[in-house]
Design a protein around this ligand. Structure first.
Ligand code: PEP
Ligand code: MG
Length: 835
């Protein structure tokens, strides 16, 4: 093996090193070796090697004929110190993929399109088998230099005049993107051209290329911003020109365009060699790098002893009162938390402890002569068991809550002081089977950098607390995560829902770089959270919040919301013994209106049923509650409840600025649903003399999408509930512990439904918003905007990042992204667009 330092002043890029006769184990080793040559030559920082590996994961850089040109991602171009090349020759070859063996690896460090001349030169070799073979086996560095030089300016052959094409039609178009007509856009152009029977040629300066041959196009050496002439002759020439022109103008799928429209800071692409990964569900975004610590909850248990019933009942009441006081204190401490999520949870625990049925069951055992602690333990265990058997993710979360209050009361019975879990001295990623809300709330956030649980789902209280505390979290990762030994180093990617155990050094370096980018972007986004989301080409998207409680309205505005796009009024109905009165509802709505100070508020009428149960409404048990009496179906069957709510809404709307309050009906399936709901609303409005409010619907059921034109004629606006639309389109229970992960709102089937919805609404002059989870993901928000969605409503912590994302891109790029997403075949392909 020889390594030659070479001077190459006559090349468009400097080339300091050619290493001949190398052997490598595999493709990744080849890329790393070429990258190391670039590092040694002083062209790049070592981190750029990871970027080269990551780029290869997205797009194959093999040009064919045994030559590959690995280079890094545009987003990492700051790691390039100087543009340059390094060549690694592997005579034995290395398998690049199923069909390609590579012998010459040309590592490229180029910030822009400086390397295009090299590519143009290489295309000569690509056309010539014998030349390619020579490069693979030569023992003279000069042979390689000569091949690269052929395309350099000094080596260009004198231009042959381009022969005019008789009968051709042509169009001039400027090449977009930052990196010129390199391999990927050239391939895209050739593939697009190949769809037409006409002959196609591309002229650049004094050169002409066959528009259907990637290698020929590369030879043009076209830099970005240059004007190309596309010529076509044949029966479909006009159509070909129109499509090719559009393709060139929208960037030929160039990564730069895509990078603009997607969010490189939201998704970490691990180096290709990272194979150990545990896949769960994202519960809170962010990245943590630390050793694993396995948390084992302390579980108290008591023996059955006899007791005198009257004394045991007094003991029970005393301890319950103490537990209540403890929860009151915890709730008050948690009020300081920005979204008040923890406070709500402790309030819910107070309601559980106060449950009269629970109390009666415990007392019944006490009356049989058992001790109070044992009786309490029995009843709680029975209930946990019942809830767990329901196999419903949200209710499984309730099991954790029940266990939590069970342990709290047992601790008080036994006088054991609650110990904070003993954590390792350093920082860690906490791994657990599941965590109770109390466990999570007690964990020292300075020590815990992230959470990964084997069980649980993204709607569990643990997930809510993790999000409120800004702790990256992955849930539902399966039992594999419990077999990791304490101290095992791991990377936790909360946004992607993945845990990478035993990462190598270069993976850690890449993750750290991503973490720094993430922190930088979040800080910048937060600082700009009050600026509206105008795309770079002047299109505005309204960014609003989803809330459930009055006090969240002010917090949402403080987090950057331009109003409320979804008030889930059912939260006013949950966790209580009776329905809220008209007066209580009126006060809650007016409090929100005041907090929003003129900003819009979309009040969704009661969406009870499905997974949200309120015992006092006396709903019948249903086998398939998500397909049962839910949302508007329930309200239409319970006009007493519905009218009370509508009266409160219209009275509150009278206190707001005209048009600020809008009403939205959930779970609409048929036009009859909408007509009946509108009729009832109008009757209530007329009765109390309330102001006219726009009446919209949630688009959550596929039948509404298919009838969207008809619905759009009768509804004032649409808001797509992607959580339910996904559940009903893919036939996956959104709470299903196993399948829930597959209910991906970015599945092309769901995106195509949204596309149909927007087209139908636009045709009828109505606007469409999205208030499901997809709106709060930067990739989802980007695609939805590209599909023509006018308003995105999300939980408060997502607001700043989504606004920043949209401000950094053009509507044109987002439309191109949306079209690519619609053309994908799987959710994974859609998600890969952000990589
Ligand atoms: C939805 O279905 O996407 C939605 C926003 O409603 P919810 O999550 O409250 O059912
Ligand atoms: Mg819904």
């Amino acid at each position: 093996m020889t390594t030659t330092d070479t001077s190459s002043a006559d090349l468009p890029l400097t080339l300091r090193t050619i290493r001949l006769g190398a052997t490598v184990a595999d493709k990744a080793a080849a890329i790393r070796a070429a990258g190391q040559l670039l590092v040694d030559a002083g062209y790049i920082e070592p981190g750029y090697i990871d970027s080269m590996l990551a780029r290869e994961g997205q797009a194959n850089t093999c040009l064919g004929h045994g030559i590959a040109i690995p280079h890094g991602q545009q987003k990492d171009r700051t790691l390039i110190k100087q543009t340059g090349l390094a060549v690694l020759q592997i005579p034995e070859g290395v398998r690049w993929n199923d069909t390609q063996i590579v012998h010459v690896v040309i590592g490229i460090a180029a910030r822009g399109d400086e390397h295009l001349e090299i590519l143009a030169a290489l295309t000569d070799v690509l056309d010539d088998d014998a030349a390619a073979q020579r490069l693979a086996t030569t023992t003279h560095a000069n042979d390689i230099l000569a091949a690269l030089r052929r395309g350099s300016p000094s080596a260009k052959p004198a231009a042959a005049a381009v022969e005019p094409w008789a009968g051709a039609v042509s169009v001039d178009v400027v090449l977009q993107g930052h990196a010129g007509l390199h391999a990927r856009p050239a391939t895209k152009f050739a593939e697009t051209a190949a769809d037409f029977s006409s002959e196609i040629r591309v002229i650049h300066g004094d050169r002409a290329a066959n528009g259907k041959a990637m290698a020929s196009l590369l030879r043009l050496g076209v830099e970005s911003g240059s004007t190309l002439r596309i010529e076509a002759r044949g029966s479909d020439a006009d159509a070909a020109l129109a499509v090719l022109r559009e393709a060139v103008e929208s960037g030929l799928g160039d990564a730069d365009e895509l990078a603009e429209a997607t969010s490189p800071v939201q998704a970490w692409t691990p180096p290709e060699t990272v194979t150990a990964v545990i896949i769960g569900t994202s519960a809170a975004p962010g990245m943590a790098i630390a050793p694993i610590f396995r948390f084992r909850a302390e579980m108290l248990s008591v023996e059955d002893t006899r007791g005198e019933p009257a004394a045991e009942r007094r003991r029970l009441d005393k301890v319950i009162a103490e537990a209540n006081a403890e929860l009151e204190r915890l709730g008050a401490d948690a009020e300081a938390c920005p979204v008040a999520a923890e406070a709500e949870i402790f309030k819910a625990h107070q309601a559980l402890i106060a449950d009269a049925d629970l109390h009666a069951d415990v007392v019944a055992l006490i009356e049989e002569g058992h001790s109070a602690p044992w009786s309490w333990q029995q009843v709680i265990e029975r209930r946990v068991d019942e809830v767990r058997r329901l196999k419903n993710e949200r209710l499984a979360g309730r099991a954790a809550d029940l266990r939590d209050i069970g342990q709290r009361v047992l601790r008080l019975f036994s006088g054991v002081v609650s110990r904070d879990p003993v954590l390792p001295s350093g920082k860690c990623i906490l791994v657990a089977d599941d965590l109770t809300p109390s466990d999570t709330a007690r964990l020292d956030p300075k020590k815990i950098l992230g959470i990964c649980t084997a069980a649980g789902g993204p709607t569990s209280h643990t997930a809510i607390i993790a999000r409120a505390r800004g702790l990256p979290a992955v849930v539902g990762a399966g039992s594999e995560v419990l077999s990791l030994a304490d101290g095992t180093l791991a990377i936790l990617d909360g946004g992607a829902g993945r845990l990478y155990p035993h990462p190598e050094e270069f993976a850690v370096a890449s993750a750290k770089q991503f973490q720094a980018e993430l922190a930088h972007h979040q800080a910048a986004a937060d600082a700009d959270r009050f600026r509206p989301a105008f795309t770079t080409d002047g299109h505005r998207v309204e960014i609003v919040a989803n809330i459930g409680h009055a006090e969240e309205a002010a917090a949402a505005v403080e987090a950057g919301a331009e109003g409320v796009g979804l008030l889930r009024t059912e939260f006013l109905f949950l966790g209580r013994e009776t329905a809220p009165t008209e007066e209580e509802q009126f006060l809650a709505y007016t409090e929100m209106i005041r907090a929003l100070n003129g900003l819009p508020l979309i009040i969704r009428t009661l969406d009870i049923g499905g997974d949200k149960i309120v015992p006092y409404l006396g709903l019948a048990h249903e086998e398939n509650p998500f397909l049962g009496v839910r949302g508007i179906r329930l309200c239409l069957r319970r006009p007493d409840v519905f009218k009370t709510q509508l009266r409160a809404i219209y009275r509150a709307a009278a206190t707001a600025e005209a048009g600020a309050v809008k009403i939205m009906f959930p779970m609409v399936t048929t036009l009859e649903d909408l007509r009946s709901a509108k009729k009832l609303a109008e009757a209530v409005r007329a009765e109390i003399g309330g102001p006219a409010c726009e009446l919209g619907i949630m688009v959550e059921v596929p039948s509404v999408v298919l009838m969207a034109r008809e619905f759009a004629r009768e509804a004032d606006f649409f808001s797509v509930g992607t959580n339910d639309l996904t559940q009903y389109a893919l036939a996956i229970d959104r709470q299903h512990p196993e399948l829930g992960k597959e209910a991906d709102a970015l599945h092309p089937a769901v995106l195509r439904l949204i596309d149909l919805t927007v087209k139908a609404a636009t045709a009828e002059g109505k606007w469409v918003g999205v208030c499901g989870g997809a709106a709060g993901e930067p990739l989802g928000a980007s695609i939805l905007t590209g599909l023509g969605v006018a308003e995105l409503s999300m939980s408060a912590p997502s607001l700043a990042a989504v606004k920043a994302k949209l401000r950094g891109t053009s509507l044109k790029a987002l439309r191109a992204l949306a079209q690519r997403a619609l053309a994908c075949s799987t959710a994974a392909e859609v998600r890969a667009l952000s990589k």
